[in-house]
Design a protein around this ligand. Structure first.
Ligand code: ACO
Length: 409
């Protein structure tokens, strides 16, 4: 397939031989045309377009269109797409009864996993994954309804009434209004904050075959419905080594701040480097990037813009993050392992400044990644070589043996 790629199906075929690659360190599970990452250069392209250009010249819905259909929309298509998405922002009124079954203090990701899975019980005309029309309607529904569901999960936890979508607002502006407006007071979105939220969505929209995307592909490969496959992605994203890292990174910064702040960074780094400790520098390191994550650079800029707009330039957590980053980037442990900040290092500070509670960070990541998951699902189902995903295993358990009678065990 390429100079560095061996198609092992051709080598081993039906011989019964297979490769052993835990964690998929050296295995491509598919061919894809959606997202390209050059981990050594720190480059990220969606459908060939650099993330820096998309983040500064397009909005999230343009990015959704690009990821789903392969090209950026022209003016007419942009208008039509925005209109189509806005027509699907409401969720079935019965969803609120389903939501009521959760404890108020449930983690928003637990709630979101349930809500997204439950969509398949409401929209029967878009559950056939092998039907392109069904998949397209499911895609539009999921992109349109995710902000509504995330905001509902938040309002439910707060004990506040849900705020219905207002479709004349932008995608990000509408989400922020559903989050922050109340029946007593409307919410006038600050343009800098709306743009920052939109940028967070763009930067998280896709990232090739990461754990949650691979989960969505594997789940969808059995022919399950698109809502169920995306719910599986939400569940996978929750883990602290993946989407949960933004929440973990902010908790880590707050923890260092509580325990002495910048003065104590040295001690914290020592702990991270200790082979016997399980402490990690959250928001640092990446399986593919062995250079600065380009999304982290953009997020750092956004952080300056948001804190500036809110008059929080001296935010102690931001100062702590910058000091921590500087120390880590000069430390031989991090240099030797090519550990750089990833997108989650600064996204928590931005979201916190916007007013998003920490427990909602990963749900917002899920909202943004939904389009990537669907684009990847579509690509897989449309691939003539697509088969149900079925990894092999290297069995290392006991040999055949007979069940002893109970008194001899
Ligand atoms: N802090 C300290 N040491 C680290 C870190 C870190 N954040 N990340 C990796 N290392 C060390 C490992 O201990 C290992 O050291 P060793 O060679 O001495 O054993 C070495 O770097 C290689 O790390 P691996 O765990 O083998 O790298 P892997 O590719 O499997 O893991 C991962 C990547 C999961 C992202 C890891 O770097 C990590 O846990 N980071 C913190 C969590 C995080 O920020 N996740 C977000 C990822 S981006 C995203 O999902 C949007």
């Amino acid at each position: 397939i390429g100079p560095d790629v061996i198609d092992i199906r051709k080598l081993y075929g039906q011989t019964g031989k297979f490769t052993y690659d835990p964690g998929f360190l050296s295995t491509a599970s598919c061919q894809s045309t959606i997202t390209y990452i050059d981990g050594d250069k720190g480059e990220l392209l969606y459908r060939g377009y650099p993330i820096e250009q998309l983040a500064t010249q397009c909005d999230f819905l343009d990015t959704c269109y690009l990821l789903l259909y392969g090209e950026l929309p022209n003016e007419q298509k942009q208008k039509d797409f925005h209109k189509l998405v806005s027509e699907h922002t409401m969720v079935h009124e019965q969803m609120q009864f389903f939501l009521r079954g959760f404890r108020r203090d449930a983690h928003p990701m637990a709630v979101l996993t349930g809500l997204v899975g439950a969509l398949s019980a409401f929209y029967h005309d878009s559950t056939d994954i092998n039907n392109p029309t069904h998949r397209n309607i499911a895609a539009i529904r999921l992109i349109a309804k995710m902000p509504t569901l995330v905001a509902m999960a938040y309002k439910y936890g707060e004990g506040q009434p849900y705020v219905y979508p207002r479709n004349k607002l932008s995608y990000a502006g509408n989400f922020m209004r559903m989050m922050f407006a109340t029946p007593c007071e409307d919410y006038e979105p600050n343009e800098v904050l709306v743009r920052a939220m939109d940028r967070i969505f763009i930067l998280h929209a896709d990232h090739e075959q990461n754990a949650s995307t691979s989960t969505v592909r594997l789940c969808g490969s059995s022919g399950t419905n698109p809502f169920a496959a995306i719910a599986a992605g939400v569940a996978c994203l929750w883990g602290p080594a993946h989407g949960g890292a933004n929440e973990a990174a902010l908790n880590m910064l707050e923890d260092i701040q509580r325990n002495g702040g910048i003065e104590k960074i040295g001690e914290f780094i020592k702990q991270v480097k200790d082979k016997n400790s399980s402490v990690k520098l959250m928001g640092f390191g990446h399986r593919v990037y062995k250079n600065y994550d380009p999304r982290a650079k953009l997020m750092r800029e956004t952080c300056y813009e948001v804190l500036g707009a809110l008059g929080l330039e001296n935010d102690p957590l931001f100062k702590l993050a910058m000091a921590l980053e500087k120390i880590a980037l000069e430390d031989e442990y991090f240099v030797a392992r090519k550990l750089y900040p990833n997108v989650d290092f600064y996204s928590g500070i931005v979201q916190r400044a916007i007013g998003i509670p920490v427990s909602l960070f990963t749900a917002i990541f899920a909202l943004a990644r939904t389009v990537g998951w669907i684009a990847q699902l579509n690509e897989m189902i449309g691939d003539p070589e697509y088969k149900i995903g079925r990894p092999r295993q290297l069995f290392v358990g006991s040999e055949r043996r007979d069940v002893p009678p109970l008194h001899q065990r």
